[in-house]
Design a protein around this ligand. Structure first.
Ligand SMILES: O=C(O)CCC(=O)C(=O)O
Length: 304
C-alpha cells in the first residue's frame, strides 16, 4: 500500500513544497492543540446536528456537510490565516496569481456504514478548462477526530498529480491519510483523492479548508457565506482571503450602488489599507503583460 509523508509545524516550507511537488500531498502533524481540536468539535457539533446527508455517491448518502465555517468557527478562522498554511499556499499558487483566496470551508462527517467516495481531482471543479501547468488549489483536510483506514480517512494517490488524466489507480497506489485529531492533510488540486469508507461504529469528522488563485471563482460563495456585516468583525488579512480585495489588477473592484465610491478595492468598504494589487490602476499593466505593448490612447479614447 502507498504511504504519505508526515512533517511537523517546524518543517520548512521549502521541504513541504518538495514533498507536495512529488506526492501531491503531505500530512502536518498536530497543527492544532488538543484544546483547539476540542473547541473545533464543539463549534461544529450543533451545525452538524441539523444538517442532512448528501444525495449522491459524490457527496455521500451517509455523509453530512456544513459550510460557512469562517463565519461560524473561531478555529476555522485561526487555521485560515495560519502562517505555515499561508506560506505553503502563497508559494504553491503565487506563481500563477498575485493573490490567493479561500475557496472552500466545509466540515465532512462520514457516518458508520458509508462507502468510499469517488476518487477525484479537485481541479475538475473548474470544468477541466485550466491547463495542468497551472495549479488551481491548495486543499487541506483537518482531522477533528482521529483519521484511520477503518473510519474513512481520506484516500490519496501519491504521485497521481503527474499522471495522465486517463490513468486509473490500482489498489496498491492508494494511501490512507491516517492521522491524529488536530493534524492536517495538505494537498494540491491535481492529486487524486477521496473520502474513505467507514467500517467502524463512530463517525469520522474532518474539515476541508481550501485556497485558490485570486482570479478564479471560489467554490463556496464567500460573499454570501460571510457577508460584509459579519466580515467587518474580522482582520483585514482574513477579509482579503475571503475575497474582499482585488484578485489581480482590474479584477474584483466595486462601485457603491448607492453612490460614493467608484471602482475601488473592496478593502475600502471596511476602511482597510488598500493592498498593493488594489492600489494599482492596473489596466496598463495588463495590456503590457498580455501584448508586450505600452498602451497609448486611440481616437476612441480606449487603451490598446
Ligand atoms: O472527506 C474526505 O476525506 C474527502 C472529501 C473530498 O475530497 C471532497 O468532498 O471533495
Amino acid at each position: 500500500m502507498a504511504e504519505l509523508n508526515h512533517v511537523t509545524t517546524e518543517t520548512p516550507t521549502e521541504a513541504i513544497l518538495k514533498i507536495i511537488d512529488r506526492d501531491g500531498a503531505v500530512i502536518i502533524d498536530a497543527i492544532l492543540s488538543k484544546e483547539e481540536t476540542n473547541i473545533f468539535a464543539e463549534e461544529l457539533a450543533p451545525l452538524l446536528q441539523t444538517a442532512s446527508a448528501g444525495r449522491d455517491s459524490f457527496t455521500g448518502f451517509s455523509t453530512t456537510r456544513v459550510g460557512a465555517l469562517i463565519a461560524r468557527s473561531s478555529i476555522c478562522r485561526h487555521l485560515a490565516t495560519h502562517p505555515q498554511l499561508l506560506a505553503i499556499a502563497n508559494q504553491l499558487l503565487g506563481k500563477f496569481s498575485p493573490t490567493i483566496q479561500l475557496s472552500l470551508t466545509q466540515a465532512v462527517k462520514i457516518a458508520p456504514g458509508e462507502g468510499a467516495q469517488i476518487l477525484h481531482r479537485d481541479r475538475g471543479l473548474w470544468g477541466g478548462h485550466i491547463p495542468r501547468r497551472i495549479e488551481t488549489q491548495l486543499g487541506t483536510m483537518i482531522a477533528v477526530t482521529d483519521f484511520t483506514h477503518e473510519n474513512g480517512a481520506t484516500r490519496v494517490v501519491p504521485g497521481s498529480a503527474h499522471w495522465d488524466a486517463s490513468r486509473e489507480p490500482k489498489p496498491e497506489d492508494i494511501a490512507s491519510a491516517d492521522m491524529k485529531a488536530g493534524s492536517i492533510l495538505v494537498y494540491n488540486g491535481t492529486v487524486i483523492h477521496g473520502g474513505g469508507p467507514n467500517s467502524t461504529e463512530k463517525p469520522r469528522l474532518g474539515v476541508l479548508l481550501h485556497y485558490t488563485l485570486g482570479w478564479l471563482r471560489q467554490q463556496e460563495n464567500m460573499y454570501l457565506a460571510c457577508p460584509p456585516d459579519i466580515a467587518k468583525n474580522f482582520t483585514p488579512e482574513l477579509r482579503r482571503l475571503l475575497g474582499y480585495a482585488q484578485g489581480s489588477p482590474v479584477m474584483g473592484f466595486y462601485s457603491d450602488p448607492k453612490g460614493g465610491q467608484e471602482l475601488v478595492s473592496p478593502e475600502v468598504l471596511f476602511g482597510d489599507a488598500v493592498s498593493a494589487v488594489g492600489q494599482r490602476a492596473g489596466g496598463e499593466d495588463v495590456v503590457k503583460r498580455t501584448t508586450g505593448r505600452t498602451p497609448g490612447r486611440t481616437r476612441a479614447g480606449t487603451t490598446v
